[in-house]
Design a protein around this ligand. Structure first.
Ligand SMILES: [Fe+2]
Length: 229
């Protein structure tokens, strides 16, 4: 394990008993921080919904979070002083939290933790860059679940073939990320091809990888990082 490593602490004992959800506290965030943290919440919802530890109860919270965030995040970025939009985004984040506190997460978070530790990159930005690439890797394992995520995002998937549905869902995620203002690649953030083996080794050892729907080997993770470069 490299010493520049961000370690996720996952335990029932760090789950809060009470959470105060106050959107006023988010009004001082600039638009890029709103985008990165909002997309992070969307990743929480997506990873919870396809987690190998999902359940009917966590599914309800995860899909509600996808709906709330898809409907309101871009509007909240465009109207940063609209407290009702901030509230809807925050409720989306809370629903995603209720889901992933019980399902854990997946490869997006495992890989983002590795980037944050080795290269000190922002968590939400890393997750946003990686999401579509990890979804492309995971899609074949849970095609129906990814279709449900697409429908919760409001995408019109009726009548599409399986291949078209995959393209539409991955395209919808990529479009939302860019519309939120996150258009950089990992390469533009200073990640080099030479960093990839160490990043992948740390990601494979991250506890979030345990509940990813597919069980990757290190080379799979290296390829995903390379695609996001
Ligand atoms: Fe996160």
């Amino acid at each position: 394990m490299n010493r520049l490593c961000k370690i996720a602490i996952i335990s029932k004992t760090v789950v809060p008993d009470v959470a105060i959800i106050d959107p006023i506290t988010t009004t001082t965030m600039d638009s890029y921080l709103t985008a990165c943290t909002g997309m992070d919440a969307l990743v929480h919802a997506v990873e919870a919904y396809v987690s190998s530890a999902n359940s009917p109860l966590t599914d309800l919270h995860a899909l509600e979070a996808v709906r709330l965030l898809s409907d309101n995040l871009l509007k909240a970025i465009a109207a940063p002083d609209d407290i009702e939009l901030r509230d809807l985004v925050m409720r989306g984040s809370m629903s995603a939290g209720l889901a992933f506190s019980n399902t854990s997460l997946g490869a997006v978070h495992a890989m983002a933790h590795s980037l944050g530790g080795l290269l000190d990159l922002p968590h939400g930005e890393c997750n946003s860059i990686l999401l579509e690439h990890v979804m492309a890797y995971n899609f074949t394992k849970e095609p129906e679940r990814f279709g449900s995520i697409g429908r919760a995002m409001g995408l019109e998937l009726k009548g599409l073939t399986a291949i078209e549905e995959r393209q539409a869902v991955l395209g919808g995620i990529a479009e939302m990320k860019v519309a939120a203002g996150i258009s950089c690649s990992l390469g533009e953030r200073g990640v080099k091809t030479a960093d990839v083996p160490q990043l992948a080794a740390n990601a494979i050892a991250d506890p979030c990888m345990v509940t990813n729907p597919r069980k990757p080997v290190q080379r799979d993770i290296e390829v995903i990082y390379e695609e996001a470069l």
